[in-house]
Design a protein around this ligand. Structure first.
Ligand SMILES: C[S@@+](CC[C@H](N)C(=O)[O-])C[C@H]1O[C@@H](n2cnc3c(N)ncnc32)[C@H](O)[C@@H]1O
Length: 288
């Protein structure tokens, strides 16, 4: 069957859900991922065909797209900060805002001989791996409560040639976090923890709600800053002098987040918007 004919079927079945342009984007990603056929190659060879056997994965993908499964989970990969990351439904799909967070850290950090970085709630490992790739000689640690996430993150670190020490523990458990990190202090602690309140579920897209891991996303309405509070508490004991703390945050809780970090007596605490204009990052330095 010609790939062009399959593309027509994709349009017929999916345009109503996603729109023509996005369906083309999905289709080209899939043929590149499954058959190693880049978009321009199909334009130059419109008669390009695949065998009946080869059709199975692409029609399976069509079925999954109809059910609004994210394309990244279908092909099992995504790009973050110019690097390839394996993803599956045990990890959050890295978001563009989080690339902005990495960018912010890279612009602000001061190179020292043995820079130690900790990423809390690492998921796919995107933040830890991207920072490790960009900062020479950094010693990178990453923690997550999900063993399945740690498995993927380890693969991503290896595939991208970055050395990360992964810890599978619960950052909310004071005893566990203190015993795992006994005797270690950090220059940078960064986290994009779960921050979506249950009450915000109704404004979320079905493809996120039905596919991405709940433990990566949600916090209780009654205590939405629980992770930030715990991480600040941990950070004041674990940051070196002038160490930096970086958070990605819930856009609706910017002022509350800044107040929380101020209350822990960090210096130069800033609330920063993302490129979409939403409050998205809070960061500060640990006082002398
Ligand atoms: C919003 S996701 C962020 C994933 C990744 N850092 C990113 O930016 O794409 C939050 C992560 O925190 C992890 N997590 C949730 N509760 C945790 C806990 N109590 N201790 C450690 N990690 C936790 C989840 O498994 C998930 O991987």
């Amino acid at each position: 069957m010609r790939l062009k004919d399959i593309q027509d079927i994709f349009h017929k079945e999916l345009d109503a859900i996603y729109g023509r342009e996005e369906v083309d984007a999905f289709f080209y990603l899939l043929i590149e991922s499954y058959f190693n056929v880049p978009r321009f190659h199909l334009a130059l060879h419109p008669e390009l065909s695949i065998t009946k056997e080869e059709q199975t994965p692409i029609f399976n993908a069509l079925h999954e797209l109809k059910q609004e499964k994210p394309i990244q989970y279908i092909i099992g990969a995504t790009e973050f900060y110019g690097l390839n990351f394996k993803v599956n439904p045990n990890v959050l799909i890295p978001r563009p805002e989080t690339e902005e967070l990495v960018d912010l850290i890279l612009k602000n950090y001061k190179a020292t001989e043995h820079l130690k970085i900790l990423d809390v709630g690492t998921g796919s490992g995107c933040i830890a791996v991207a920072l490790g790739k960009q900062i020479n000689n950094a010693e990178v640690f990453a923690v997550d409560i999900s063993g399945e996430a740690i498995k993927i993150a380890k693969e991503n670190a290896l595939a991208n040639g970055v050395n990360v020490s992964f810890v599978n523990t619960d950052i909310l458990d004071v005893n566990k976090r203190n015993s795992w990190f006994a005797g270690i202090t950090f220059d940078i602690i960064v986290s994009n923890p779960p921050y979506v309140r249950e009450l915000e579920k109704k404004e979320m897209k079905a493809n996120v709600l039905n596919n991405e891991p709940e433990t990566a996303l949600f916090v209780d309405d009654s205590n939405p800053l629980v992770f930030y509070d715990a991480i600040c508490e941990f950070a004041i004991n674990k940051l070196n002098t002038n160490g930096q703390l970086y958070f990605e945050i819930n856009q609706y809780l910017g002022p509350e987040m800044k107040a929380l970090v101020d209350n822990y007596h960090f210096n130069d605490v800033r609330l920063k918007k993302d490129l979409a204009g939403n409050d998205r990052f809070v960061y500060g330095r640990f006082p002398n």
